[in-house]
Structures are given as structure tokens and as C-alpha cells.
Design a protein around this ligand. Sequence first.
Ligand code: AHM
Ligand code: MG
Length: 339
Amino acid sequence: MAKYYKAQMLNEFITTQQTAFPYAKGDLTRLLNHIGLASKIVNREVNMAGLAEILGETGRVNIQGEDVKKLDEFANDQFIKILTSSGEVCGLASEENHDIITFDNTFTKEGKYIVCIDPLDGSSNIDVNVSIGTIFSIYRRITPIGSLPDDTDILQPGSKQVAAGYVIYGSSTMLVYTTGLGVTGFTLDPSIGEYCLSHYKMITPSNGSIYSVNEGNYNYFSPGIQRYIDYCKSHDGKKPCSGRYIGSLVADFHRNLLKGGIYMYPSTDDQPGGKLRLLYECNPIAFLAEQAGGKATDGKGNRILEIVPSAIHQRVPFFTGSVDMVNKLEEFISQEDSN
Ligand code: AHM
Ligand code: MG
């Protein structure tokens, strides 16, 4: 029997939280519920993927130069469809689309919010029954209500997010989100089709013993990062850290959030900006990390949430997790810089 805190459903919980904002009119509440709804449809398809002939490639390549999987495309279409009809969103940026998506009708132009979304993250795990996720972040628009949104609405620093979260399609499906009042997790009960409150006020340990990085790239990392990885293995003669890397950001981050650890996607010679996208992956995860008492930086002392984006598909080196581990990593990197 699952442990439900006060048997609260996602929609009830969000509505209750709304009362903390005296001028809230319920728009954000509705929007978060619509994201929850879209994720349930994606979840249904992910669960049936092996049966539904929805695995494999579409034969197309996305804006990132990566092969588009059928499930990637399905998830993207679902989120776009539901967010378009939500009425709360005037535009969105998706990892799968080249430009900001705007809808030229009165209904959507009246929307107050902008959504940045990675509809299905962890592409390399889609076809092999390993956890994947959806990552989203929500901003208030800058352009006036009633006009068509543009890139200025999208290119806001992560500190301006009003909400962010992820859905993990794992051994169970969870939706984890923040509106800046801490992090809350809901587990989907498939028998009733509802997200039920399961993780209240999630706080990540200040230290941990897990490091998560694609170590196959070790030879391409800077010396400071290599030395930090070596340190994790030797740990100054103490018990070494465990290396755990799924290759799905949501799953790696979620585990480390609960247990304590560090997730790293550094730059390499080939990818000087790193691999992960600031708007769709790093900002929302950084907001959640900080709200849970963790840290997220670019490894050079810059808080991810303060980076002002200059392009919608911008990438950034990304380090997040337990505060003590991220601080230690930055010590190693700055020692390397001063040599
Ligand atoms: P994607 O958006 O194409 O799925 O790429 C992002 C994913 C992250 O979920 C994951 O942490 C990382 O890429 C894994 O990359 P790699 O296979 O290079 O380790
Ligand atoms: Mg992604």
C-alpha cells in the first residue's frame, strides 16, 4: 500500500499552495495541472512502448543534430497540443523545435506564461526500457499580454522561473516540481490515474557518496575535473564514492536528490559548451536543486540560474547536487585554473 500524505492529489495540492500567493488567480495552478495531464498521456505510451510499435527512429534529425525517436515526437506533440489548448501559455520553446512556438490566436495571445520543455529526455534510453523523463520550466511573459511572444520571453535567466519540474518515467512514474516554496514529489497511482503526494518538502543531503558522469569521456575532461573524479574514487583513503550513471538526467538527478551525490556534464574538447541545454535541462533542474538545498553551477563559480541566455538552444557545462560535493569540485577546478 503506497504511503500517501493526507491522501492529497496533485491538483488539490497545487490549489492549496496557490493560497500562499495572495494575488494568484489560478492560472499557474491550471497550467501545472495541464502539464500533469500531458505527462499521463506520455506515460501511457511509454509504458506500452514495446507493444505499440512506437519504438525506434522517425528517420528525421532534430535541431540538435540528433535522430528523432518516435516517442520523442509523440511526447513533443502531446505537450504542444495540451499547452496550446491550455489558454495559459502564449508560447513555448521545445528542445525538439528550432524556434519558439507561438500560436496566433486571441486565446493563446492572452496567455501569461511561457513554457520551456524537453518533452522526453534521455533519448539513448528510450528503446531499451530504461528510465526517461520530461523536464519543464515556466516563466511569466515579458511582452505585453495580447501580443505575439518573441525570443525576449524565452531568453530569461533561470532565476525568473515561476515553476519548474520533471516527470520521471521509471519503476514508478513521479512528478516532482517547485514553485519556489520547496520541492514536492507525487507518485502516479496507475489504478486511479492520479498523481498522489508521496514526497513532501524534499531536501537533498548536504553531502553524498555518489558521482554521476559519463566517464567514457574522461580523457576529454579538463585536468581539474579528472582530478575530482580521481578523488571521488580514492576519497582521501576513505570509502570511495559509488559511480552511478544512467544517462538520463532526470533519473540520475532524482536518485542523487534523494540519496546525496553529484551529477556532472562537463565541457569536452568536442563540446566546449558541454552537452546539456540551459533552457530545457539545466535551469529547471538547477531551480529544483536549490529549492531542495543543493547547488547547481557551471563549474566556474557561476550559478546556473544567473546565466542570461543568448540563444534558445544554448548549452552549458553543468554540475549539480549536494552542496559539499559541488563546492569540492569547484575547488579542484579553480586549483587547476590557478596552476
Ligand atoms: P537528450 O536530450 O538528447 O536525451 O540528451 C540529454 C541526455 C541527458 O538526459 C543525459 O544526462 C545525457 O544526455 C547523457 O549524455 P551521454 O550519453 O553523452 O552521457
Ligand atoms: Mg534532453
